[in-house]
Ligand binder design. Structure first.
Ligand SMILES: Cc1cc2nc3c(=O)[nH]c(=O)nc-3n(C[C@H](O)[C@H](O)[C@H](O)COP(=O)(O)O)c2cc1C
Length: 379
């Protein structure tokens, strides 16, 4: 393993670029990218990206729960042409895997959001930019011509939130993804042990104009104290009054909240437990998906994130009613490997694996996939 020289000595692209050909590592599945990132990122940075809350139970369950679901393939169904296209919020994407929002990804690769947005665009899929991006909403919008959504946290400073919503609306983002599972930040042990702080050279660019309010004097985010824990359902109406964009709630885990979301007029739900980084001890997202899809009864689109690592995971989520899935940490691994190219590799691998999984289970189009494809294995 290389010594952790970054960020003190060498910029990331230089040392990842020269070591890779020497290692000649074949990158076949997402696990290969995870192993690469784990060995090449500084330990505290790796711990921040990999970390889950408390005992990391829900983070790990997200991945493991997919293994409990088995497939019931159909055969002799002419799968010579497989079409993975779909639409989300009215925009066509080439396959149903998008990029979830992750804060401060530029510790893995410089200007990571621009690289990720470009990769998503090249692959004709969706990119969700985080409020806590290290590139501004303007810079990201400038490189995105397709499906680009903006993820919003609601701040105590409502004027900051309001201005941000108006900015992203006028920049042409296609939807507002409101993260609802972070009234406070979950407890992540390793970040506390490492006394983790993002490097000072990385700025949360969306807030440059609000220096004193949500960031400290160096424009480092005070993300622990600035989010508004008093947020409630009435704030969805307030957001609706600010923008005509589709509103998607990210972080719904129960049928009760799914029903409330629909009643409050949102256009979509992302079934998510924040990659297990918030409340530990919650179910895996794939375990609650059916309950939510059933409650929603087709009134809004339902998406899922958490633990997607294989094309077969995507297939299982689609079978249980997700319109599209999103990936978080695998994108960080792709960035650590080779920036935009690395993220493209990750998306290409999932796309190819989904293609194979659809064909081998006898499905030519996404609309043919339904609940009869899966069964939950007994433990
Ligand atoms: C390092 C990191 C930062 C994240 N930052 C955000 C964020 O800023 N906003 C948000 O809504 N979700 C954030 N998430 C959660 C992801 O959007 C997503 O829900 C989760 O990563 C999906 O699980 P996966 O990593 O297993 O794919 C973050 C996740 C990680 C790992």
């Amino acid at each position: 393993m290389l010594p952790s020289l970054w960020p003190a000595v060498l910029p990331i692209p230089l040392w990842t670029a020269w070591i890779r050909p020497l290692l000649a590592m074949p990158m076949i599945c997402l696990d290969d990218f995870e192993a690469y990132a784990e060995h090449h990122l500084p330990i505290a940075v790796w711990d921040f990206y990999a970390g889950g809350a408390d005992d990391c139970e829900s983070r790990d369950k997200n991945v493991l729960a997919f293994k409990r679901i088995q497939l019931r393939p159909r055969v002799l169904r002419d799968v010579s042409a497989v079409d993975m296209r779909t639409t989300i919020q009215g925009t066509e994407i080439s396959f149903p895997v998008g990029i979830a929002p992750t804060g401060i990804p530029s510790m893995a690769w410089p200007n990571a959001e621009i690289s990720s947005a470009r990769a998503a665009d090249a692959m004709k899929t969706c990119y969700i930019a985080s409020t806590y991006a290290t590139c501004s909403a303007e810079e990201i919008a400038a490189v995105s011509s397709g499906c680009c959504w903006f993820q919003l946290y609601i701040f105590k400073r409502r004027d900051v939130t309001e201005e941000l919503v108006q900015r992203v609306t006028s920049l042409g983002y296609k939807a507002l993804v409101v993260t609802v599972d972070v009234p406070y930040i979950g407890k992540r042990r390793k970040d506390m042990l490492n006394n983790f702080k993002p490097p000072a050279h990385l700025k949360l660019k969306n807030f440059e104009i609000f220096k004193a309010s949500v960031t400290d004097k160096d424009n480092n985010c005070l993300y622990k104290d600035v989010l508004d824990p008093s947020v409630s359902w009435k704030d969805i109406q307030w957001l609706r009054s600010l923008t005509g964009l589709p509103i998607i709630l990210k972080g719904i885990l129960t049928k009760e909240d799914a029903e409330l979301a629909v009643r409050h007029g949102v256009q979509g739900i992302i079934v998510s437990n924040h990659g297990g980084r918030q409340l530990d001890g919650v179910q895996a997202t794939i375990e609650v998906l059916s309950e939510i899809v059933k409650a929603v009864r087709g009134r809004v689109e339902v998406y899922l994130d958490g633990g997607i690592r294989r094309g077969t995971d995507v297939l299982k989520a689609l079978a249980l009613g997700a319109k599209c899935v999103f990936i978080g940490r695998p994108v960080i691994w792709g960035l650590a490997y080779e920036g935009e190219e690395g993220v493209k590799n990750i998306l290409q691998i999932l796309k190819a694996e989904l293609h194979t999984a659809m064909a081998l289970s006898g499905h030519k189009t996404l609309s043919e996939i339904d609940r009869t494809l899966v069964l939950f294995a007994k433990l």
